[in-house]
Design a protein around this ligand. Structure first.
Ligand SMILES: C[S@@+](CC[C@H](N)C(=O)[O-])C[C@H]1O[C@@H](n2cnc3c(N)ncnc32)[C@H](O)[C@@H]1O
Length: 202
């Protein structure tokens, strides 16, 4: 399949995908570099994901999108870093655009928000909500999912790097309060693999 991997980060959801032609879009140049190191065979666009999606969606069989979740997360809401005023519109824009225009399969991933869902997710796995036009048969008892990971330290970064087997030392956000941020943003590669397998095997 030709897959468009939007808001690609370091490529957590994509890590275990094999045999597909993948184009990734990520806005942060340092993350593009790390992603390229792990996935040299992918086409990597360092730029705005929504802009790329709107001009290129018709070239792909499947779109995966993980828009930034900081302004939706329950943890940031509790810390007062997520507010009604700073809520990022990209999640809703992305779901609505794909629902309206895209003829292939789409999966939009985000964390459980602190507010009532504006569009109900198609399914929820662990801390992730998914909006999709493809049914996934998910039996919670059969699949290891972790809950919210609260460790916001260098140690937390290392724990997640070991868990996902995604290791890098590049300093991405120099002023970030949370050294584990990039890894906390990462989708568990096993979940990315599970969903793609379900889609391709059904
Ligand atoms: C939740 S993370 C994605 C994690 C990724 N799916 C993974 O599993 O590793 C969201 C990413 O979107 C990127 N981003 C934020 N705004 C963007 C934009 N307008 N266009 C492209 N990427 C963007 C951030 O730099 C961040 O890496």
């Amino acid at each position: 399949m030709k897959i468009l991997n939007l808001f690609a980060g370091v490529g957590g959801n994509r890590k275990l995908w094999k045999g597909h032609q993948i184009t990734a879009v990520e806005i942060e140049p340092k993350l593009c570099k790390v992603y390229a190191r792990f996935n040299p065979e992918d086409t990597i666009i360092c730029g705005d994901a929504m802009e790329y999606l709107k001009s290129n969606y018709h070239k792909f069989d499947m779109v995966w999108a993980s828009p930034p979740c900081q302004s939706h997360s329950r943890m940031n809401y509790a810390n007062k870093r997520a507010t009604e005023e700073n809520r990022c519109p990209m999640l809703l824009d992305c779901i609505k655009f794909l629902q309206t225009h895209f003829k292939g399969i789409f999966v939009v991933e985000n964390v459980r928000p602190y507010y009532e869902f504006e569009i109900l997710p198609s399914y929820i796995i662990g801390r992730h909500c998914f909006w999709s036009n493809k049914y996934i048969h998910f039996v919670p008892e059969s699949y290891p999912v972790s809950g919210i990971f609260k460790e916001c330290t260098l140690k937390g970064k290392r724990i997640l790097q070991d868990k996902y087997d995604i290791h890098f030392d590049d300093k991405i956000y120099l002023s970030a309060h949370n050294p584990a941020q990039v890894m906390r943003n990462c989708v568990d590669p096993l979940i990315g693999q599970f969903i793609l397998n379900q889609i391709t095997n059904s």
